[in-house]
Ligand binder design. Structure first.
Ligand SMILES: [Zn+2]
Ligand SMILES: [Zn+2]
Length: 251
């Protein structure tokens, strides 16, 4: 299994999960033009994408999906609550439910229900049917639940939100209401909360750790690294950027 990102952060997110000839696009908050431009650097064509999976309806995750899906005739999978918020018709998407496995090509997908201020948000854990490798994506989550700890245990790869540093958010430029939203139970994961998850799950087989959805205003790459360094047993983290995401990584 291999993964790549077209960009990660509050201005747009898109991740590609690939196994054999199966390529899945997870969210696309970039415009059709940006999507096409960013995809070129990964040497993969839009026609090679088998399906788009949407986590939730916020524009940094689904801004470009309708046009991309229409132009390249790519099927979209999402929950009923997200689909209802994004599409005009219920026929425009296939339905996912939290906890219910689906299989697309050689990837098995577990949608995981997460607390976030959206209609029916989920995040995903993928399992390569051939190799058995497991990779999880977890962003846009207000707090770590018992359910999340169970779902993200024993992974080979993890892309995890490190949205904000508590002190930077408190002292930063956001208005009070937005600070409350970001740090609330249905907001985003702080550096401390994500470290908490890494301490709660079994990471003994984790070979690939990506810090993602890092706020450009309320966090810094150096601060994320300083939070991860004390957890010495973890693989060297890769930090996803808003502008370029990250290149292909073999898990
Ligand atoms: Zn987001
Ligand atoms: Zn969101």
């Amino acid at each position: 299994m291999k993964i790549a990102s077209l960009g990660s952060g509050s201005k747009g997110n898109a991740t590609i999960v690939s196994s054999g000839s199966t390529n899945l696009l997870i969210d696309c908050g970039f415009s059709l033009r940006q999507f096409e431009k960013r995809l070129i650097s990964l040497s993969i064509g839009p026609e090679n994408i088998d399906a788009i999976l949407i986590t939730h309806e916020h524009s940094d995750h689904c801004g470009g999906v309708i046009r991309i899906a229409k132009k390249y005739d790519i099927p979209v999978w999402t929950t009923f609550g997200t689909g209802r918020a994004v599409f005009k018709s219920n026929n425009d998407f296939s339905k996912l439910s939290g906890g219910k496995l689906i299989t697309i090509g050689s990837l098995e997908i577990l949608p995981v229900t997460v607390p976030h201020d959206a209609g029916e948000p989920v995040q995903f854990v993928f399992r390569d049917i051939v190799s058995g490798e497991k990779f999880g994506i977890l962003t846009d989550t207000g707090h770590i639940t018992r359910h999340i700890v169970d779902a993200y245990n024993n992974l080979d790869g993890l892309l995890l939100e490190f949205n904000y540093d508590q002190k930077m958010l408190e002292n930063g430029p956001y208005p009070y209401s937005l600070k409350q939203r970001v740090s609330g139970e249905l907001g985003h994961l702080s550096n401390d909360q994500s470290v908490g998850l890494l301490q709660a799950i079994n990471t003994s087989q984790l070979r690939c750790l990506i810090a993602a959805h890092i706020s450009e205003k309320n966090n810094a790459h150096s601060i994320v690294k300083s939070h991860l360094e004390p957890l010495g047993h973890l693989p060297q983290p890769i930090l996803a950027s808003q502008d370029a995401g990250f290149d292909w990584i073999n898990i």
